[in-house]
Ligand binder design. Structure first.
Ligand SMILES: Nc1ncnc2c1ncn2[C@@H]1O[C@H](COP(=O)(O)OP(=O)(O)OP(=O)(O)O)[C@@H](O)[C@H]1O
Ligand SMILES: [Mg+2]
Length: 487
């Protein structure tokens, strides 16, 4: 048999690769991946509106020398099967070319290393003219004329991408500049989310000099976010970290928090797994059909950290925007979902409506109506007796008290109480107006008032509060006894 070399046609293959399905925002994110992999601490995205708008992405990463840059611009610069460093966000050796040229017809890349600038471009029209894989190399003078090239003046190393001739976008709009501006604002949201862990770790991304604020979908800076037990799944000797979180109830969210989690309306939709590859969010807000998105699970979000060494397992795509979870991982995640959804329901229900009958009485136990028409009982934290403790205890003791109260509430023996009560076997607290009882309660109030006075609380206000609180509120006589008395 004879062998025959079958080379791809450059213009045709490049045109085909342009249609991989990048959106504007996934394309920019793929380029930012490269900057982050190059350890950049600051990335600038600059949109220059014009008759022929241009877009610059500049980073202060470790840059490339001329040979490295030429190699980086080759389609298929790296073998997708090759082991990558732990912090590398790349995989296919294509992103820089495929992402940029999915949006425009010309990509110029200038990089600085060892004090020298080098530059090349892919120009689709030139590739068509030459009918081959021809890059154009930029000389010093040509580099100097490029817009905002002075960005290099302040860095020892870095890389500059210039995207020109947005043919795809311009074919779909009458006003290219406006459309690009709109795309950019969606892109800011997208980058704020997918790179939020990098932004939280100090990487700075600016769009036209405005710093992008991280959009942490777990609201870890909100103290009311509840972290559940972290679980580790080992596959092929690699570790996948799974950590469920329960977001705080909506009333505890600030406006900024609400924006971060995708708004009130989308809360239900955004529950689910958040899959990170090397801390970069790839896919989010899905349970992979392992369970349904229920209203009550809307506060549950599960952070899953997968290292890039497992890329082969979950079929990550070139755009890093989809992934299929293999069955072995799914099975192990299942238990975790149950736990987080269950917790989410608890938080959700917690905000029941207080339905104690009489407004003038401070009940010790509050009866709270839940959404499904059931009730739960909680200790009223506003009763005078607890207020006295609040003023007296130090922060650690207060914490201990809070823990104790929570435990008491949680362990309320509903079932056995119900059984005993239904058989008439529960002794109700007596409301006997006999002298012994009255004297005991009277003394308790007296003691409480002394305590209040000793910590600077107003006795009158305290007495009023106590007389409205159970059990004292049930004894008219107590009220009249204190009326006659000088405090
Ligand atoms: N901003 C940058 N700074 C330094 N080196 C870069 C930068 N961008 C790209 N490179 C180099 O160019 C190579 C090719 O980049 P490209 O994005 O095309 O592929 P990749 O990142 O290796 O894989 P993927 O296709 O998954 O993105 C990278 O592996 C990296 O070595
Ligand atoms: Mg890349």
């Amino acid at each position: 048999m004879l062998e025959k070399q079958s080379l791809p046609s450059a213009p045709i293959l490049i045109e085909a690769i342009r249609s991989l399905g990048y959106s504007f925002q996934t394309a920019i994110a793929d380029l930012i991946d490269n900057s982050i992999s190059a350890m950049a601490k600051r990335i600038d995205i600059i949109l220059i509106p014009n008759e022929y708008p241009q877009l610059i992405i500049f980073d202060n990463g470790f840059g490339m020398c001329k040979e490295e840059l030429e190699e980086a611009l080759r389609y298929g610069a790296k073998n997708p099967l090759e082991k990558r460093s732990e912090i590398d966000l790349g995989r296919f050796g294509l992103g820089m070319k495929s992402a940029s040229l999915s949006q425009c017809r010309k990509l110029i890349v200038i990089s600085k290393k060892d004090g020298k600038l080098s530059g090349f471009s892919w120009d689709l029209d030139y590739v068509i003219e030459r009918q081959g894989w021809y890059l154009l190399e930029y000389g010093e003078d040509e580099i100097r004329k490029l817009p905002n090239i002075s960005l290099f003046d302040n860095v020892d190393t870095g890389t500059y991408l210039l995207l020109e001739n947005f043919d795809r976008v311009s074919s779909s709009t009458a006003n290219l500049n406006n459309t690009l501006r709109d795309y950019m604002s969606d892109t800011i949201n997208h980058l704020a989310l997918v790179f939020h862990r990098y932004l939280d770790d100090g990487v700075e991304i600016y769009v036209n000099n405005n710093k992008i604020k991280s959009r942490d979908p777990f609201l870890l800076s909100n103290k009311s976010t509840m972290a559940l037990r972290e679980q580790n799944i080992t596959i092929d000797n690699e570790n996948i970290k799974v950590k469920p979180y329960i977001l705080p109830y909506i009333s505890k969210l600030t406006q900024e928090d609400l924006e971060k989690v995708g708004g009130k309306e989308d809360l239900k939709n955004n529950q689910g797994f958040y899959i990170y590859r090397n801390k970069r969010l790839i896919i989010w807000g899905t349970w992979f059909r392992l369970t349904r998105k229920e209203e009550l699970g809307k506060l549950a979000r599960v952070m899953v950290d997968i290292p890039n060494s497992l890329d082969y397992m979950w079929g990550i795509d070139i755009k890093k925007s989809t992934a299929n979870l293999p069955d072995i991982i799914k099975k192990k995640l299942y238990a975790c979902i149950d736990e987080s959804i269950f917790q989410s329901k608890t938080v959700h229900n917690y905000r029941g409506r207080k339905v104690n009958k009489d407004k003038d009485i401070n009940y010790i136990w509050e009866r709270i109506e839940l959404r499904d028409g059931c009730y739960e009982y909680k200790i009223n934290r506003n009763i005078q007796q607890l207020k006295i403790l609040e003023e007296t205890l130090n922060p650690n003791q207060l914490k201990a008290l809070d823990i104790a109260l929570n435990i008491i509430e949680e362990q309320f023996p509903t079932n056995s109480l119900y059984l005993d009560a239904s058989q008439g076997k529960v002794i109700e607290p007596e409301n006997d107006e006999n002298n012994e009882v009255i004297e005991k309660l009277y003394n308790e109030i007296k003691e409480s008032l002394e305590l209040c006075a000793s910590i600077g609380m107003n006795k009158e206000t305290a007495l009023d509060a106590l007389l409205k609180t159970e059990p004292y509120c049930n004894y008219e006589k107590l009220r009249s006894m204190f009326k006659e008395e000088e405090l």
